[in-house]
Every structure is written in C-alpha cells, then in structure tokens.
Write a new protein. Structure first.
Length: 432
C-alpha cells in the first residue's frame, strides 16, 4: 500500500523546482540517450478527432443469457494523427486535454501535433491503428502516435466504449468488442480514405498497408485480429459474454472462414492480456500468420510473461515474430505516456496514486517510450513500407569498438533489453 504524501515530501518538492518544471506533461521528449529511430521524422503533424458509428453491433451489456442478442449502434471516438503542412511561420505544437486514470482528474498534455492542420498532398501513407488497455483512452500512447505520424504514417487511436477511464463497464463488453472495434475502424478509415468521401482523409491513408498496435486489452484484440482465435474453453468462462458469443472470433470460426484481413501486414502486441487466463491455446495461436512484434516486461504481473506474452510468442509458430523484453519491467513496458503531473496526487477514489497506472518501478518511462518508438519505426518501415534496410535494426552487430549491440543504440544504452526472433514453423530462437 502507498501512503499519502507527507508535509516533508511536499516541502522537499518545493525545494526542488526543477522537479516540477520537468513534469510538464510532454509526450514528445526524445532523450539524449534514445536510440536512433526515436527521433521525430521530417513531417509536421496534424491531429483531428472523429466520431464513427458501427451500426447494429451486438450489445453485450443488454444481452440476457438464453435470449436473442440485443443490438445497438456502437459509437467510437477516434483521434487521427497524420503528416501535415503548416502555414509559413506557423509554430508546431499543441495541447491535449485528457481524462486520467482517476476520471475526476484531467490533465493537459503537450506535443508536436497541430489541431486540424492541413494534410500533406503528396500521396498516401500506411495506416496504423492503435488500441488502448482496460481502462485507458486514445491518448494513452500519444508519445508513439505523434512519433509515427512524423515519419509518414496515418495513425488512428480508438476510444473503446465501455473501456475508457470514465465509462468502464462490465468486462465482458471489452472481451467481445476489442477485435470488432479494430476491424470496424479499419473499414471506416478505408471508407473515409476513398475518393469522393469528402473527408480530409480522402487519398491520405493507404488501407492496403495496415499495421496494428495494441496494449494490454488492446493487445488481446490484436492477437485475435491477426488470427489467434479464442479457445473453446474461453467461450464459457464466468467473465465471458453469455451464450458462447466469443465463438464469433473463436479458433474454430477463424480457421473455417480464413478471416484474417489481408490488408493487415504487421502488428505490435504490447503485454497482450489473456494467455495466462486461458483465452488462447496452442491450436488457436497457430492461426497467426501475420508478422508480430511482441513487447513485454519480464516482471509483468497483469498479463504475465513466461505464461503470458512469451507463451503467445512461442506458440505463434506459423508467424514471423519478435519478442522485445524490458528486463524487470512490469505491465507498463513502453506503452503508456509518462505519468502526467496531475496523477502524482493521492486519489481517495482510487485508493492509490494514479501515477502508478502509467509508470514502472524500475524503468524510466521516457526511456521505455523512446525504445518502443525506435523499434516500432523500424518494424513498420520494414513491413508497411517495404524498407528492407530496416531489418538491420533487429540484428546484433559489433560497433566500432567491437561491442555487440543493435543498430541505432549508443554504447551501453541497450542494457536491460533482450530481443528474440522466430520464423514460421519455429518454436523460437535465442536472443539476437
């Protein structure tokens, strides 16, 4: 249990104004020791908010066991980051006003994106869809969404209804809706990117070159969308939706339909939840053939590591996949933004410091974010843009002093990381 801050702690903070100044809630910090590809790219960044509605979705919250499933129009809020053109003399940067882990507390984040900026007009860019944890929101990984947009990607982050900080409801809704939300957003962005849509996205997003990023429950959705059908046992778990509704995305259904969307070329699953609780088994995970970069902390107490993320990585034997591990990190490995200053205050409602929802006990958040930005850039450059030179960032090689490290890391800055690789029909190889 964490105690409330004492007067002595407050007094100490007052004596160290640099600490307060440092916590200015920036999502765009690239530290001096960050790996090479963490640096922002050549594009200015625009950001816009969209609303999208999936008509006639099954309504898990209002479906009674043994009855015909209820239906509703499921409305989702999306945040879209994209390469932008700023007027001459305009200054990059803007604010995000966001709900925090304690929904009674809001925070202001600062980044490089400019609200409603004009999109560049030089062709289309690969699409990346981002899915947050439970609970979370579309800004939880904004350090990564901004960074990728600056490098020539259209990035769309979803507010998953029933899973955000201020509307989380029965967990069964999250279990059912995550893959359907991700696939619906892909189809909706494809519609808006089409000629004559009237949207700023028309001609901007290339929805035949799609990457997925999911964290925690977002990773759970990603694993399913790329072919990891749920186990038969998961259909009847007490926390699952009624009447075996998870069978809609179960292993048997996916295998029979071959329903992995071919537009999705690669995925990044960060601490995907579900393996340690039986939502997948070896048979279901054999359905994954899409390349996946798995990311995890070796001390993950939420999604599990040996019996969680690493077990998924090992069982996805038909996919080319990597496993990036932050040694001794817990569940917040790389994905969340640095904790906003507003979350440093004890929350009576949460009976904790909301800070802990974002932070790690061992790793600095900015360092973790920069490492993820680096590898995500290399991964999507390789699989969405076809840049074969990016493969070198996943290979160990000696530097000019003969020290073995991954390309792009400064000397002694890859400490605490491992990176494993396995090809199709392989049970996994050693660190690379």
């Amino acid at each position: 249990m964490m105690a409330r801050p004492t007067l002595s702690v407050v007094f100490l903070a007052a004596l160290m104004p640099g600490v307060v100044v440092a916590q200015n809630n920036r999502v765009d910090v690239v530290a001096p020791m960050a790996p090479e590809l963490a640096a922002y790219g050549r594009y200015d960044i625009g950001v816009r908010t969209l609303e999208a509605t999936d008509r006639n979705r099954i309504d898990i919250l209002n479906t009674a066991p043994g009855s015909e499933p209820a239906r509703y129009d499921r409305r989702l809020t999306l945040e879209v980051w994209y390469p932008a053109t700023l007027p001459a003399g305009a200054r990059a940067g803007g604010e995000y006003h966001v709900v925090t882990r304690d929904p009674s507390v809001t925070a202001t984040l600062f980044g490089k994106a400019v609200r409603d900026a004009a999109a560049v007009k030089i062709g289309s860019f690969p699409l990346v869809i981002v899915s947050h944890g439970y609970p979370g929101n579309r800004f939880l990984m904004s350090h990564l969404t901004e960074n990728l947009a600056s490098k020539g990607f259209v990035v769309v982050a979803i507010d998953h209804r029933d899973s955000t900080y201020d509307d989380q409801k029965n967990f069964a809704s999250t279990l059912y809706n995550r893959p359907f939300d991700q696939l619906f957003v892909l189809n909706e962005i494809a519609r808006l990117s089409g000629a004559g849509s009237g949207s700023f996205l028309s001609g901007l997003a290339d929805t035949d070159r799609v990457g997925l990023i999911g964290y925690s429950m977002g990773g759970y959705g990603v694993v399913n969308v790329v072919g990891g059908g749920y186990s038969a046992a998961a259909e009847t778990f007490p926390i699952s939706p009624p009447d075996r509704l998870l069978a809609d995305r179960g292993a048997a259904r996916l295998a029979a339909n071959g329903s992995v969307d071919p537009r999705i070329k690669a995925a990044i699953a960060i601490a995907p939840w579900g393996m340690q609780t039986g939502f997948w088994d070896a048979a279901g995970l054999r359905g994954i053939r899409t390349p996946v970069l798995f990311v995890a902390g070796s001390a993950d107490e939420v999604a599990g590591y040996e019996k969680g993320t690493k077990a998924i990585y090992q069982a996805a034997v038909n996919a080319d996949r990597y496993l990036l591990t932050y040694l001794n990190a817990n569940h917040n490995a790389g994905a969340p933004i640095p904790a906003p200053a507003e979350t440093y205050t004890y929350s009576a409602a949460q009976k904790s410091f909301p800070f802990t929802h974002y932070a790690d006990a061992v790793w600095d958040s900015t360092r973790m974010n920069n490492i993820l930005q680096h590898f995500a850039t290399a991964y999507f450059d390789l699989y969405l843009k076809g840049d074969q030179s990016s493969r070198a960032y996943f290979e160990l090689s000696p530097d000019e002093k003969g020290v073995v490290a991954w390309k792009g890391f400064q000397p002694r800055t890859a400490v605490g990381l491992t990176l494993e690789h396995a090809g199709p029909s392989s049970q996994g190889s050693g660190p690379r």
